[in-house]
Design a protein around this ligand. Structure first.
Ligand code: DON
Length: 338
């Protein structure tokens, strides 16, 4: 190579390395993202508050010390620390993704507004009271009742096709093969009487759109899908990237549904802690009792974290702290930098 060419190649490499990872030229570089992920993991590794959820007996058996943090940018760059390849059950983190599939299936975001609702409850994720005092009954697609209604709206001829379509959609979002963690599915299927009650209450109000017990079973399988923090961050990054998976380059979700899903995540993603979460992290996000959380900074990146110890609201203590820390350090709040 001539010296001129070598210089050109070196400049090109420098631009690649130094280039901001999101469209905003003021965005942080690769080094800062790697540092902030490592810092969040190190800072909260020792926190032991909360406990693994045990109302699903199998969940109480997980290794409570696992802790992983992952960032995937809208450009597909990946930054990780800790146990990011440890599968855990997706649980309620699945709910916004199925709601997105429902919007896409029906060609309209309003299907969720009209057939489920979008109001936050300020109550627990499985509150029967909320469904009885909020006129929509199902309430919103991120609490159990609305999530079961959401599953019933996925276009399918029966339970198996319904589940297969949900799984295929998640795999396209995650850019990876996924599978159900069978022990957790069996454990929840044997103990989910409360969700069956939700489904029959929906049925009594004409707010469920398939056989109620079929919807509960598919919902339970959906919640038992195994996911890693790394895969979850890719699912979030697909939302951050307007519905195009940044790893595969394939469009998974029509761009017009992304802001609608993020709006529901912002107002209801943390149940009775949604206000607190908006105040602290300022990012649309979703939690699950398996210990996972995914947060989306639109147009920029997604952060996923996994730690099985959850608080009374069913939200992972360390995952919340890690994501709040990253949001604050990178100034990601959708409301502006405080
Ligand atoms: O239906 C349930 O209770 C569980 N499969 C999911 C609940 C959940 O993840 C609540 N979120 N933090």
């Amino acid at each position: 190579m001539t010296p001129h060419r070598t210089l050109l190649a070196a400049c090109f490499l420098l631009v690649l390395v130094a280039a901001p990872v999101w469209a905003d030229s003021k965005g942080p570089g690769a080094e800062e993202l790697a540092r902030v992920v490592a810092e969040a993991h190190a800072k909260f590794k020792g926190v032991a508050d909360g406990a693994p959820a045990d109302y699903i007996p199998e969940l109480a058996k997980v290794d409570a010390d696992k802790f992983g943090v992952a960032i995937v940018t809208a450009a597909g760059k990946v930054y990780v620390a800790g146990d990011v390849d440890q599968p855990f059950t997706i649980q309620s983190v699945s709910k916004p993704f199925t709601a997105a599939l429902v919007m896409q299936d029906h060609g309209s975001a309003d299907v969720i507004l009209e057939k489920i609702g979008v109001e936050p409850t300020g109550l627990k994720f499985n509150s029967i009271l909320a469904t009885q005092v909020i006129p929509q009954v199902s309430v919103n697609p991120l609490v159990n009742s609305g999530a079961i209604a959401s599953v019933s709206l996925v276009k399918a001829g029966g339970a198996d096709e319904r589940f297969r379509r949900i799984m295929a959609f998640y795999e396209a979002l995650a850019a990876d093969k996924l599978s159900v963690i069978e022990e957790v599915y069996q454990s929840e299927a044997a103990t989910n009487q409360r969700n069956r009650a939700h489904a029959y209450l929906l049925f009594a109000s004409d707010r469920i759109y398939s056989d109620p017990m079929e919807a509960v079973d598919v919902y339970t399988r959906q919640c038992s899908i195994g996911i890693t923090a790394r895969q979850l961050a890719v699912m979030g990054a697909t939302l951050a990237n307007g519905g195009v998976n940044p790893i595969t380059g394939k469009r998974v979700l029509d761009a017009r549904y992304v802001p609608k899903i993020l709006a529901i995540m912002m107002t209801a993603g943390f149940y009775n802690e949604s206000g607190l979460w908006a105040f602290t992290a300022g990012l649309p996000a979703k939690t699950g009792v398996g210990g996972g959380i995914v947060a989306v900074a639109p147009g920029k990146l997604a952060i996923a974290s996994f730690s099985p110890r959850v608080n009374d609201a069913g939200n992972s203590v360390r995952a919340m702290k890690a994501i709040e820390h990253i949001s604050e350090k990178l100034g990601l709040s959708v409301f502006g930098k405080p």
